[in-house]
Design a protein around this ligand. Structure first.
Ligand code: UDP
Ligand code: MG
Length: 312
């Protein structure tokens, strides 16, 4: 066993068989060049392809490689959290397995942390994703910053570095649904951001369908602020004020001009608008209630089947 690592690299893996060896071939020399003790922890998030076999082989061949084997698919953020709990480095860096985040950027992040920043975020330069994903990210970044009061330019980029103190705080959180960059930001006292390159996914397909992206963003919004609920309550007050005014107007009109029939469809339109708002509001409340339900159940957030390379 090597001594206590200085840097921990954490990589969630879900069906990435084609990417693991190329990733390792680029990552390992970078880490060796830094010249400090390191560990690389892969979490296999219930892959159904050969990913786990490849990882186990790597763990046997290299003492720095460790593997956490999940019992099923618990999601990217749970995979990272599990590895956080197993990690020992003073500097912890998260990375995607699909080579969209170039490993060559790691030394830059390390030196930022060494300058005294406890969270180092990244901003993707020349982002290589579809136009739809880029637009969606832009909206998410702006609204999340507004709602949570945080300052982050790129919530989506997972290539990030954290100081041990921040990781210890994250490990104390027992949230069942979370969004790690935002969670870390709440514990950061001196965050910074650097620009990093971004590449196209090397092999395979994105694991995020439109539905999973929407879910993830609900986690981000409702997990870190109650502003949606407050906005909604505010909107309720404003609309009810307006509807009182509207009713008064109709009443006065009825006395002066007589009962109105022509405006029936306008009324319908207004009604549908309000019904839409109400349904949205119920959904929003449901989102929070659902989260409370998940929290009070206190189920294990993930199940580790086995670990490899941790000196067990
Ligand atoms: N991932 C995971 N569990 C999941 C989905 C994704 O561990 O349920 C991993 C995946 O293997 C990759 C990273 O999370 O290393 C980012 O996933 P992906 O590249 O599909 O997301 P995108 O880049 O499209 O946002
Ligand atoms: Mg990707």
């Amino acid at each position: 066993m090597p001594g206590k690592p200085y840097i921990s690299i954490i990589i969630p893996v879900y069906n990435e068989e084609g990417n693991l060896q190329p990733l390792f071939d680029r990552l390992y020399p970078v880490m060796q060049k830094i010249g400090k003790p390191f560990e690389i922890i892969f979490t296999d998030d219930g892959s159904r392809d050969r990913s786990l076999d490849i990882l186990k082989r790597l763990a046997e061949a290299y003492p720095e490689i460790k593997v956490v084997e999940f019992n099923g698919n618990f999601g990217q953020h749970m995979a990272i959290l599990a590895a956080f709990e197993m990690s020992g480095g003073d500097i912890v860096i998260t990375l995607d397995a699909d080579l969209q985040n170039p490993p060559e950027e790691i030394p830059k992040l390390v030196s930022e942390v060494e300058k005294g920043h406890d969270v180092v975020g990244t901003v993707r330069q020349n982002r290589q994703d579809t136009l739809f994903r880029r637009l969606a990210s832009r909206i998410v970044n702006i609204t999340t910053n507004k709602m949570t009061g945080m300052r982050m330019s790129d919530y989506g980029c997972m290539l990030r570095a954290y100081h041990r103190d921040v990781i210890d705080n994250i490990n104390c959180c027992q949230e069942t649904t979370t969004f790690i960059p935002a969670l870390a930001q709440t514990f950061a006292s001196n965050p910074s951001e650097v620009e990093v390159a971004h590449a196209e996914r090397a092999e395979g397909e994105s694991k995020y369908s439109l539905y999973r992206l929407v879910r993830l963003n609900f986690d981000l919004m409702t997990g870190f602020s109650v502003v949606p609920l407050q906005l909604f309550a505010l909107m309720g007050i404003v609309t009810s004020l307006f509807s009182v005014l509207f009713a008064l107007l109709l009443l006065v009109r009825r006395f002066i001009i007589g009962a109105e029939v022509e405006g029936v469809f306008t009324l319908f339109a207004i009604l549908f608008f309000f019904i839409g708002i109400i349904i949205f509001g119920i959904g929003l409340v449901g989102e929070y209630v659902g989260r409370i339900y998940q929290e009070v159940r206190r189920r294990p957030r993930y199940v580790v089947r086995r670990t490899h390379g941790f000196g067990e």
